[in-house]
Design a protein around this ligand. Structure first.
Ligand code: COA
Length: 632
């Protein structure tokens, strides 16, 4: 029993003092400890498999605004056939799978949504997060802030290691905390047909990777007895790294922007060399990556446009002439500290959603804003070690190709960051609207105003109230939201009816959100039925080849709420070439938006969409106030 309460820092210290490879007993002992990681975790319910009829009924409802009468009639027949033919057997097989797994979906999801995804992770999968601009200037200010930020993450890691991280709840419901433990010391590793993802926490890495001017360094952030380096000590180490990287190195990091199959092939060649293998392992196993960016010519004055450019720096690094080579996009967490107050991060999505990343960031920002130095200097600090690569002609050619591909991918991104300041979630709560549902209905109105039609919309819902839960889809385009968007600008519709349509649309959105977070959504269940058919060598049911299904999966709006107590904003690319990515941060009295689109699509424009969202919010507020006032 005594053994089980020995803290992680003590274990690491034992390991370091005796410099032993963990023997069998020791590793069993560590496993026992890690099994104590989650106290609430064990009591979390397993993700349910919803009833087949319920899902098919909801699916039928969700496609209605997207189909014409003829298509809907056809889809109704396809659904009925599935309900009586393949559906029941697939449902039974899925229920059997659910009995054998703690979460019937999470492993499938990891592969289906991430590791088997073969396009570049940049823009298409890895989100960026732009933090509020910090008050520092010049290289000294940049390195000092980077040192504080690193120290803040090590402070957060201490909470994880000691299992002191505050268990999160949604209302009264405890949430699964597993994702928090996946963020540090982990990395995606490319393969030729599929990738893998590894967490190295149990190897107790003590170093981070610092990338500066495309040079890679391993920096040990602990001294003797696992004492973390003080901020001043980290700063001194960063100064050494900065001065040793004055001339740019070949952009080895740009290889991680390649399509996954291509990167998988190059990676296989790279690791044939022992030195390369050692350097790559050091990056993969490090606690996290810090990118020290040099000045970006396009980011000049503090204008609204600058925010969008800075967000691009987080999302993709702004191209091979800027900082896209000063990255390792496979790393789960890479912090980006640029000049003149620009900072944020990019994260690889396989193992975690945005909210746990924001929890870490909120902790680190609070740590950075508290002005006191908490940590005493450590002894026994090691000099940063340069990670060397032997790059033959083939790899250098691959780097040149990757630069071209990255540049065309990045040039296509049209990103607008904005802050809507007329109201935030406190106003919405005061008029008894769910803030998230209201914002989602505003997105529907904005899209309808621009295109005069509804579109399939994806909103992420968290499934973290279930063990190892990831996400479900909220299908925000509903019949009531469509009716509201049609009515809102129709002068023939009296305002009293408009507000009724609005209330109904918001309420229905809230209901389907509640269903989604309770494991009673549509999409993951349908995916499960499809995957279980494939796994059992059965024909893929016609339901998944129907026009309705294809239309429903073509998300012209791919949206997500990622809230932070700071003015941080997450951004990601659109999932449909002719669509938008919309991420928002509802704060008390403002709402941050990151809207992305692709320039190659003649139909989309992130600035126009942003303006339409702001206008929709204002018009909906006006309508709401009209009836609030008349009620008084
Ligand atoms: N009247 C007054 N207040 C209301 C209300 C109403 N009718 N409806 C909701 N509220 C309150 C809530 O109680 C809540 O209050 P709190 O801030 O004091 O807790 C607040 O308004 C916000 O609730 P709401 O806007 O309805 O929803 P939400 O913030 O819980 O978000 C989801 C809904 C679906 C976005 C959320 O559950 C979720 O799943 N988030 C994770 C998404 C994710 O993983 N994204 C990342 C992908 S990378």
């Amino acid at each position: 029993m005594l053994k089980l309460i020995l803290p992680q820092t003590a274990i690491r210290a034992v390991k370091q003092i005796f410099a032993v490879k963990m023997d069998k007993n020791f590793s069993t002992y560590c496993r026992l400890l890690s099994s104590q990681k989650f106290t609430v975790q064990d009591s979390l319910p397993h993700l349910p498999v919803p009833p087949l009829e319920q899902t098919l009924h909801k699916y039928h409802q969700s496609v209605q605004p997207l189909l014409d009468e003829e298509e809907l009639e056809h889809t109704s027949k396809v659904i009925s056939k599935f309900k009586t033919k393949q559906g029941p057997l697939l449902q039974k097989l899925l229920e059997e799978r659910a009995k054998k797994h703690e979460n019937w979906l999470s492993d499938w999801w990891k592969h289906h949504a991430y590791l088997n995804f073969r396009s570049s992770v940049v823009v298409n999968s890895n989100p960026g997060v732009l933090l509020p601009r910090q008050n520092y200037e010049g290289v000294e200010g940049q390195l000092k802030f980077a040192a504080k930020f690193i120290s803040g993450i090590i402070d957060y890691k201490f909470l994880l290691d000691e299992k002191k991280l505050h268990p999160e709840k949604s209302g009264m419901q405890p949430l699964c905390m597993a994702q928090h433990y996946n963020i540090l010391s982990s990395c995606r590793i490319p393969g030729i047909k599929s990738d893998s993802w590894h967490n190295f926490s149990e190897d107790y890495p003590s170093h981070i990777t610092v990338i500066s001017n495309n040079h890679f360094f391993s920096l040990n952030v602990y001294g003797k007895k696992w004492r973390p380096l003080s901020v001043e000590q980290i700063y001194q180490q960063l100064k050494v790294i900065y001065s040793k990287s004055e001339e740019p190195a070949p952009q080895i990091g740009i290889l991680t922007t390649e399509s996954r199959n291509e990167w998988g092939k190059i990676y296989k060649k790279l690791i044939k060399d022992k030195q390369n293998r050692g350097s790559l392992e050091s990056i993969q196993q490090s606690i996290f990556v810090v990118c020290l960016d040099r000045l970006i010519p396009s980011v000049a004055a503090d204008t609204k446009q600058t925010k969008s450019l800075m967000a691009g720096q987080m999302l993709h690094g702004s191209g091979s002439n800027s900082c896209s080579g000063n990255r390792w996009f496979d790393k789960t967490l890479q912090v980006i500290i640029g000049p003149d107050g620009m900072c944020g991060l990019n994260y690889e999505h396989t193992s975690a959603e945005g909210p746990p990343i924001i929890t870490l960031l909120d902790h680190v920002l609070t740590y950075c804003y508290a002005n006191e130095e908490k940590i005493l200097p450590a002894v026994g600090i090691q000099e940063p070690v340069r990670l060397k690569f032997n790059l033959g002609t083939k790899i250098l050619e691959a780097i040149e190709n990757a630069k071209k591909n990255a540049d065309s991918l990045i040039d296509d991104v049209d990103l607008t960051i904005s802050q809507y300041t007329l109201f935030g979630k406190e106003f919405l709560k005061s008029v008894k609207f769910s803030p998230d549902a209201f914002i989602q209905v505003a997105l529907q109105l904005a899209y309808y105003r621009l295109y005069k039609e509804p579109c399939a919309t994806y909103e992420s819902a968290s499934l973290r109230r279930f063990k190892y839960g990831r996400t479900e889809t909220i299908r925000s385009c509903t019949v009531p939201s469509y009716l509201f968007t049609c009515a809102m600008d129709d002068s023939r519709v009296p305002a009293i009816e408009k507000i009724q349509f609005l209330r109904q649309a918001v309420q229905v959105h809230k209901n389907i959100s509640n269903d989604a977070i309770s494991g009673q959504g549509i999409d993951r269940h349908l995916l499960g039925l499809k995957l279980i058919a494939i796994e059992n060598g059965m024909d893929i049911p016609k339901l998944f080849m129907d026009t309705a299904y294809t239309k429903n999966m073509h998300h012209k709006l791919s949206t997500s709420q990622v809230s932070s107590k700071y003015e941080s904003i997450m951004c990601y690319g659109p999932t449909a070439p002719d669509g938008y990515g919309v991420c928002y941060n509802p704060q008390s009295s403002a709402i941050g938006f990151a809207v992305s689109a692709l320039d190659t699509s003649p139909e989309t424009c992130s600035k126009k969409m942003t303006a339409a969202i702001h206008q929709s919010l204002s018009d909906m507020q006006k309508l709401t106030l009209e009836f609030q006032v008349s009620k008084l």
